[in-house]
Design a protein around this ligand. Structure first.
Ligand code: ADP
Ligand code: MG
Length: 377
């Protein structure tokens, strides 16, 4: 962390008062069910965003990022207005706004979470700043309150309608664990996810595909789930078993039925994955990842050729399980794989992508890591 402090001195002319870091995340299982009151099971990756922060005597805010060369964004407390500007610094400004700081600050960011790869560099940024501000301004906020504040910054200041999963896990994660998060009441539980002792790793494959054409797909899928709830007269897809849902198939049109079927089966898969983790049963976990992918591909239809190729190739190379993660239509896939097979798997996926004429993918590996922390002050 000397690094960021040294750079802070170069940029702002004095030592920072506090340095804090927060990680990106991957959702192990539980996709497209946060908006149906479901459970999700993300874990923090080892890559973090680190920030250095100092208070100023005046109302000026200065922000620089190692990922944005030498640009310094300068504004004032009075100019913290939601939904203004297009600058990358909006994510940081949003956190300062929501946490109601009462003096100006100098803020330096160094993000090691790849931007826009579906690993939530935005939450890592928000949560590292929220952690630093909470410490320096003695706000005394709990981790749940910091998660809500970070989400509010992204929702209301930046204007991105994200859920609360990313911020919760970036703040609350524990090394060697995944975080079971109940999207209904935001309660959470750390579930042991000890892959390292088994010689396993999570390979993250960023397909670099972004199929903009089908962006409307998210709203459409969500509307289908809401229609299923309304037509079945239930409170949420959380409140019906797979068997009861299947028994009422004739009450729904085929598309609505199959979308809801993904949601109810995915909710069950998350709870089954928790049981598998508690039993250290990684082949069972792999099966559940595969089932999740098939459900997203065939029932929810949010996958794409690049994601399917990444998943299929990883399985051919010996992965215990693999699935697309995130909203779909591009972004990343994960594969649970033996550490000594990772390189071979990467090479095979690279070749398959090149043969198919796809853009070259990017690879990251990760073990479940700790959430946000204050590093020094
Ligand atoms: P992701 O999936 O990585 O969260 P988003 O589009 O949600 O993708 O967030 C990425 C945005 O967050 C960037 O475009 C930028 O505005 C901001 N951001 C994240 N990390 C940094 C950083 N290290 N420096 C500057 N801006 C960052
Ligand atoms: Mg994001």
């Amino acid at each position: 962390m000397q690094d960021i402090s040294k750079r802070f001195v170069e940029v702002f002319g004095a030592n920072p008062e506090v340095v804090a870091a927060a990680p990106g995340r991957v959702n192990l299982i539980g996709e497209h069910i946060d908006y149906s009151d479901g459970f999700v099971l993300p874990f923090a990756i080892s890559d973090t965003t680190t920030v250095a922060l100092s208070r100023r005597q005046d109302q000026v805010i200065r922000i620089a990022s190692a990922q944005k060369s030498t640009e310094i964004v300068e504004t004032t407390l009075a100019e913290l207005i939601p939904l203004t500007g297009e600058s990358w610094a909006r994510y940081a400004l949003g956190v300062l706004w929501v946490m109601k700081i009462d003096t100006g600050v100098d803020l330096l960011i160094d993000g090691r979470v790849p931007l826009g790869a579906g690993l939530s560099s935005s939450a890592a940024l928000e949560c590292s700043i929220a952690t630093a501000v909470n410490h320096l301004f003695k706000k005394g906020l709990s981790l749940a309150e910091l998660a809500r504040a970070s989400q509010k910054a992204e929702n209301d200041y930046v204007g991105v309608p994200c859920g609360i999963m990313d911020q919760s896990v970036s703040l609350m994660a524990k090394s060697g664990s995944a975080l079971l998060l109940d999207c209904r009441d935001l309660s959470s539980e750390n579930i042991p996810f000890l892959i390292a002792p088994q010689g396993l790793e999570l390979l993250i494959i960023d397909t670099q595909a972004h199929h903009k054409l089908v962006d409307g797909g998210y709203a459409e899928r969500r509307a289908s789930c809401e229609r299923a709830v309304a037509e079945l007269g239930i409170t949420s897809l959380r409140d019906i078993s797979v068997a009861d849902y299947a028994a009422r198939q004739s009450e729904l049109d085929p598309v609505t039925y199959i979308r809801g079927f993904h949601a109810v089966t995915e909710m069950k898969r998350v709870l089954d994955a928790v049981d598998a983790l508690k039993a250290n049963n990684f082949s069972r976990l792999g099966d559940l990842l595969n089932q999740s992918h098939r459900s997203l591909r065939d029932d929810y239809t949010v996958s794409c050729p690049e994601l399917n190729l990444a998943v299929d190739t990883a399985l051919e190379q010996g992965a215990l399980g693999a699935r697309m993660v995130g909203g779909g239509f591009g972004g990343s896939a994960i594969a649970l794989i033996k550490s000594d097979q990772v390189k071979r798997c990467e090479t095979a996926i690279q070749k398959a992508f090149s043969d198919a004429g796809f853009k070259a993918p990017r690879f990251f590996t990760s073990l479940p890591s700790d959430g946000a922390r204050v590093i020094s002050n």
